[in-house]
Design a protein around this ligand. Structure first.
Ligand code: NAD
Length: 279
């Protein structure tokens, strides 16, 4: 039977550590502030924004909420981000994605000061990560590294396969695994013989966006499987990109959905917010 990598417990542990750091900063008269901008009222985005605000409150970070109409113009949003860039009392800026179609997401991400880009999406932060310099790192892949480290799963010298090459998960994930001295392969929608490649993995990270796609035919016996996906199945139950029931007896360790990677993303966002006070 596989070991369950408990993201809920590890993320709680990280939040407790951060709470402690924030209280020390407060004693030194420093208060961290995160500005969260939401455009429109997409229900999924509203849930994410609420969770982020609650996490801030729990840790002791002040959060400023900007709830803008769906019809806000690109210029108005750029202006707001620039104002927040200039404010010394604001340390982190987060624009909840996706944005409505009339707003260029890349432009908005580039407008956020790299020093306040707690999501780690700005090209400067992505570039710094790539060349191994200090940067804000995209929260989900950073969370996966913490899950592995805090579960005493070593990455060095391991065959690591990432399925998915998105800018926010797959690519930074591969870079982080490489930094930890893994031997890294990235698979994507054009990869030939996917199962042959994924079966080489000692550590398989799945960020493909397709419910229960990865079955045991994709996985080497005894591998560690990290499931980044989040979906609702036909019974409205949460599930991942991995067919958990099919794979669980075949692997040495696995993240469940829910309770695996999901809770880590928000803890790593909080970690980036705490770091933002030093920039
Ligand atoms: P995405 O759609 O941007 O990228 C999916 C990637 O999978 C693409 O690079 C594509 O090439 C690859 N892919 C698609 N079909 C494939 C196939 N048949 N074979 C091989 N590769 C294939 O998705 P994303 O934003 O990277 O997210 C991936 C999943 O992770 C989604 O389910 C998303 O909801 C979830 N997610 C979870 C968190 C979290 O906090 N847990 C955060 C971000 C994303």
């Amino acid at each position: 039977m596989a070991r369950l990598i408990d993201g809920k417990q590890i993320s709680t542990q990280i939040k407790e550590e951060l709470k402690e750091k924030v209280s020390v900063l407060k004693q030194q008269g420093k208060e961290i502030t995160l500005a969260v901008i939401q455009v429109g009222a997409d229900p999924a985005s509203s849930v994410y924004v609420r969770n982020k605000k609650n996490a801030c409150e729990y840790i002791g970070i002040r959060s400023l909420a900007y709830e803008l109409e769906e019809t806000v113009t690109e210029e108005e949003l750029v202006r707001l981000v620039e104002e927040l860039n200039d404010r010394e009392d604001v340390h982190g800026i987060l624009v909840q994605l996706p944005l409505p179609k009339h707003i260029n997401e890349d432009l908005i991400i580039k407008t956020i000061s790299p020093k306040k880009d707690v999501d780690g999406f700005h090209p400067m932060n992505v570039g710094a990560l790539t060349i191994g310099q200090p940067s804000f790192v995209s929260c989900t892949p950073a969370g996966v590294i913490q899950l592995l480290k805090r579960s005493d799963i070593s990455i060095e010298g391991k065959e690591c396969v990432v399925i998915g090459r998105s800018n926010i998960v797959g690519k930074p994930m591969a870079t982080l695994l490489l930094q930890e001295n893994g031997t890294v392969t990235i698979c994507h929608s054009r990869t030939k013989n996917l199962k042959e490649v994924t079966k080489r993995a000692d550590i398989l990270v799945v960020a493909i966006g397709k419910p229960k796609f990865v079955t045991k035919e994709f996985v080497k016996e005894g591998a560690v499987v990290i499931d980044v996906g989040i979906h609702r199945d036909e019974n409205n139950k949460l599930c991942g990109d991995v067919d958990y029931e099919d794979v669980v007896d075949h692997v040495s360790a696995i993240t469940p959905v829910p309770g695996g990677v999901g809770p880590m993303t928000i803890s790593m966002l909080m970690n980036n917010c705490v770091e933002s006070i030093n920039l």
